[in-house]
Design a protein around this ligand. Structure first.
Ligand code: ADP
Length: 498
């Protein structure tokens, strides 16, 4: 990552120091990167170089017209120079531009070609009589213009070629003085001036081109850096966004858990309050009966029949109180894991019959029909489990079934399903709302606490039943439809059955 960060800082490369072009004052070579520049320069110049070569043939051919017009007497020599030497040489030069090695030697080849063209014109001036040589030397100035401006020779090569042409002229007029002395000095003066101006022009052109190339290069580096920095920035933004999203997810999850915890705490608070209200009602009712009837029994003379009736009420109320206290103790023992299991083998059918007898009077009081359903072939089914807890579970379910049914019937029994013995208690009573189907097994939970105060109950029966069944290795659940009735199930493994 550190490397990436430092890469962002690369734009620092373009500072005041590095934006100054660093070239040699004379040959204009870059102190570094000259090779790349030359490649770039060749690629940019090739087309123009070829065009200039083609145009030079046209010029050389066109000027033959002057030979004909003004120097007819030496036309033969001039044509020979023009068409036997220069034009073929230019054609060869043009062909060379299409070869592979031209790229490496194009400056040398172009320089030689230019020199040959210039020297040919010098040769023409010597060949021509005085009048002609006076005109023809101007041709060397045209060649110099070509050399410095059009052929794309670099400054150094152009300067060497230019001076070579000028020197060849000076040497020629010295060796073959076919013109007037004054004319000769004037010509040389103009030729030197043209050469120097050409040099200056070529120097400034090349310097400007190199500057442009250098700035293009800087721009490219800056662009690359911007792209790279963008990439890193994008990556960082993505990473940050990802981290933020994760953070948001965690927060959302925490918030959800917090809300759930609050809801649970509120619910638990509500359940406790409702439990306490219920309990106070449940405890006070039998206590009031006990206190009231004990007072009557001790304070007044009563006939035998009345006394027995009151004693029976006191006994019933005491049993109720005992049951409540026992439920509270059982649920707290279940929660702390202190309930002990005492398994024994017993005949299920007998126990079920006893329960039928026990609950039939309660059902009768409410005008309900109590039914016991058992598989016929299993009259001697033995079950090895904690009998007391088993009886308490069925008793709780039967008590509820009778309590929450106003008319119809209560049916209980069991059946064998594969490896399990499935017990059930079914009624045609109130039924339980879908939302409450699993909640009714929670401690203190009552579907309608206000209704409960009328029918009685402390919200612990099903929680205890569930605790017992699970402790004995079974499952308990309920299927119900509101106002149609409920069917409670609990299971024991058939492995326990003989
Ligand atoms: P309670 O002593 O209040 O009956 P339980 O734990 O036995 O406590 O039952 C919890 C609640 O489940 C009851 O208050 C009642 O709302 C609902 N319930 C239990 N059995 C039945 C049933 N057979 N029909 C309708 N509702 C029932």
């Amino acid at each position: 990552m550190n490397n990436q960060i430092s890469a962002i800082n690369i734009p620092g490369f373009i500072n005041k120091r590095t934006t100054n072009i660093d070239v040699h004052w004379f040959n204009l070579n870059f102190k570094s990167g000259e090779r790349q520049f030359r490649e770039d320069y060749f690629a940019a110049s090739l087309l123009f170089n070829r065009l200039s070569i083609i145009v030079s043939i046209l010029f050389f051919t066109a000027f033959a017209f002057l030979d004909q017009l003004t120097l007819n007497e030496v036309k033969g020599q001039l044509f020979t120079i023009r068409f036997a030497i220069v034009c073929p040489m230019i054609v060869i030069l043009f062909s060379l531009t299409f070869t592979r090695f031209y790229k490496d030697y194009w400056q040398l080849i172009t320089s030689i070609g230019t020199f040959v063209a210039g020297a040919s014109i010098v040769a023409m001036t010597i060949t021509a009589p005085q009048l002609g040589s006076g005109y023809y030397y101007v041709g060397t100035i045209l060649v110099l213009m070509y050399c410095y401006m059009l052929l794309k020779l670099r400054f150094v090569w152009a300067a060497v070629t230019g001076w070579a042409i000028v020197l060849s002229y000076i040497v020629s007029v010295c060796i073959f003085p076919n013109i007037d002395h004054h004319d000769c000095v004037t010509n040389v003066f103009f030729l030197l001036s043209a050469n120097i101006l050409g040099m200056l022009g070529a120097y400034s052109l090349e310097y400007l081109y190199r500057k442009d190339y250098f700035h293009r290069k800087l721009l490219r580096i800056a662009q690359e850096n911007v792209i790279r920095a963008n990439g890193i920035l994008e990556y960082k933004v993505k990473e940050k966004t990802k981290a933020l999203q994760e953070d948001i997810e965690v927060r959302k999850e925490t918030e959800k858990k917090l809300i759930q915890a609050i809801e649970k705490a509120e619910e638990s608070d509500y359940l406790k309050t409702s439990f306490l209200q219920n309990m106070s009602h449940e405890i006070r009712t039998p206590l009031n009966a006990i206190c009231g009837f004990t007072g009557i029994l001790t304070g007044s003379r009563l006939v035998e029949e009345e006394r027995n009736k009151y004693i029976s009420i006191i006994q019933k109320s005491s049993d109720q109180l005992l049951a409540i206290v026992s439920d509270v103790l059982t649920i707290s023992s279940l929660e702390t894991g202190q309930v002990k299991v005492y398994c024994e083998s017993f005949n299920v059918s007998t126990v079920m019959h006893d329960l039928y007898v026990m609950f039939s009077s309660a059902a009768e009081v409410k005008g309900l029909q109590l039914k016991l359903l058992m598989p016929e072939a299993t009259l001697t089914t033995l079950l090895f489990t904690d009998k007391t807890k088993f009886i308490q579970v069925i008793s709780n379910l039967l008590t509820n079934a009778i309590k929450f049914t106003e008319q119809g019937s209560v049916t209980f029994g069991y059946e064998q399903v594969k490896h399990e013995l499935v017990f059930f208690v079914e009624d045609t009573g109130l039924g339980i709302d879908e939302d409450m189907i699993t909640k009714v097994f929670e401690r203190f939970r009552q579907v309608d606490p206000s209704q409960q105060r009328i029918v009685g109950g402390n919200g612990l029966g099903l929680a205890i039943s569930k605790g017992f069944v699970e402790l004995l290795g079974g499952r308990i659940w309920v299927e119900s439809e509101i106002n149609q009735g409920s069917r409670f199930y609990f299971t024991f493994l058939k492995g326990d059955v003989n």
